[in-house]
Design a binder for this molecule. Structure first.
Ligand code: PLP
Length: 420
């Protein structure tokens, strides 16, 4: 073989190899031999992972909760998918578009212990959850239960069904520091009446990072004939769980948050018995009974974003769900542990490990949350977001796998300085 052909073949093999050139790929094998809880504090390993990200040097990014920057290997896969779809044009759309989308559902279903028959890919958690709220057969006087800490978009949809169908909404307020799971279950239980049809609950409250006892809430609600829709916008790719273990009826999530899929991707899980009962957002042709495709008419969308789900899942699996969860929880406990007992500093996130993971919220007595976020950015070059509602006054702090403990030390020093 001529030298030029050999080099060409070599580069084609390299391009076809997943994560060619990825820093994680070069260190994944070594990492796989170290237990996740030990690897969580191995700064050298995580500095390698950081190399897979192109980070803006102007500030320390502690706001991964809105959108997770995607690592370079996934970004390159997205670019290739855009090129391919553009190259094939309508041929792609008319031939393999739908088969590929089903493959993506299966890929995500596998990491959350679901069957592909119960999963559809949506554009975001708002679409998934609003489809359920809007798509139920509501009658005047039916009741719904949710928390004031829940996400605004879903609360707006509950208000819309209240105005449109006469649904009565009941709001509970989840304490930031519950003593037991039963305290939270009882809170939701008290709001249920014989008219309650749907209960919405966050798997992880976005403003505090508080993880709620979903299975216990579902069992309590089901014993009263109430369906449960779980808002898991922040959970897939953040910490590990099996959807079927939760025993919920519906589960909606964003994929562009912790799974680090390109923007505009979400997921909806619907338990078997509800697949034929919901009204989809966009009407679909008649499908076979139990075919979840009836809920997934979308019109024409940027399909290359969906197509990159498999690359993002591959990257996530290479890193390892258990390893990622352990690192994120380690980072949160690293910084909260240094300030939890400091005077004037208020942590709005539970301390027990199983009630939180990467996200936490911190306030400083006497400083408005938006002022705190502004001071952090202007004076310390740290980007966060200020939250001031539903019993939560503070900045949401969301590190990521690229965050270093050195960055968190800078943040901790900033907090201590401002509090003193
Ligand atoms: C708890 C929660 N639910 C739903 C959403 C909506 O997600 P998306 O913007 O992907 O629709 C968010 C977004 O931050 C959220 O935090």
């Amino acid at each position: 073989m001529k030298k030029r052909d050999f080099l060409k073949n070599l580069s084609l093999v390299a391009l076809a190899t997943p994560f060619y050139g990825s820093a994680l790929a070069s260190h994944a094998e070594k990492a796989s031999k170290i237990p996740a809880h030990k690897l969580a504090s191995d700064e050298e390993f995580w500095l390698n992972v950081r190399q897979d990200y192109k980070l803006k040097p102007d500030y320390i990014n502690l706001e991964s909760g809105y959108y997770n920057i995607i690592p370079t290997p996934t970004l390159e896969a997205l670019h290739k998918n855009i090129d391919m779809v553009n190259y094939e044009g309508s041929f792609y759309m008319r031939t393999v578009q739908w088969a590929n989308k089903k493959r993506m559902s299966e890929k995500v279903a596998n990491i959350i212990g679901a069957r592909k028959e119960n999963i559809i890919i949506t554009r975001n958690a708002t679409e998934s959850l609003d489809m359920v709220i809007k798509g139920m057969d509501w009658k005047a006087g039916d009741e719904a239960v949710y928390a004031i800490q829940d996400y605004g978009a879903m609360k707006l949809m509950f208000q819309q069904v209240a105005e449109r169908f006469g649904v009565v909404n009941k709001e509970v307020s989840v304490p930031n520091h519950p003593k037991t799971d039963e305290e939270i279950v009882a809170l939701y239980e008290k709001a249920i009446t014989d008219k309650t049809k749907l209960l919405m609950v966050c798997h992880m409250i976005n403003i505090t990072g508080h993880i709620l006892p979903i299975k216990k809430i579902c069992q309590m609600a089901h014993s009263k004939g109430v369906k449960v829709m779980v808002d898991g916008a922040h959970c897939i790719g953040h910490f590990q769980f099996d959807i079927t273990d939760l025993e919920c009826d519906f589960y909606g999530s964003s994929l562009h948050k912790w799974l680090a899929v390109p923007l505009g991707t979400g997921l909806l899980y619907v338990a078997d018995e509800h697949v034929d009962t919901l009204w989809p957002i966009f009407a679909e042709h008649k499908t076979e009974p139990g075919d979840i495709a009836r809920l997934n008419h979308t019109g024409t969308i940027p399909v290359y974003h969906d197509l990159t789900i498999e690359n993002a899942v591959d990257y996530y699996e290479l890193l390892g769900g258990k390893r990622k969860e352990a690192r994120l929880r380690y980072l949160q406990e690293y910084w909260t542990g240094k300030v939890r007992n400091e005077p004037k500093i208020i942590i709005n996130t539970p301390k027990e490990s199983h009630r939180a993971c990467g996200i936490a919220n911190v306030g400083i007595e006497g400083i408005e949350p938006t002022d705190l976020a502004k001071k952090l950015l202007d004076e310390y070059a740290i980007f966060t977001v200020g939250i001031n509602y539903a019993n939560v006054q503070g900045c949401r702090i969301t590190p990521n796998v690229f965050t270093t403990t050195k960055e968190l030390d800078t943040f901790v020093n900033a907090l201590k300085e401002m509090a003193s």
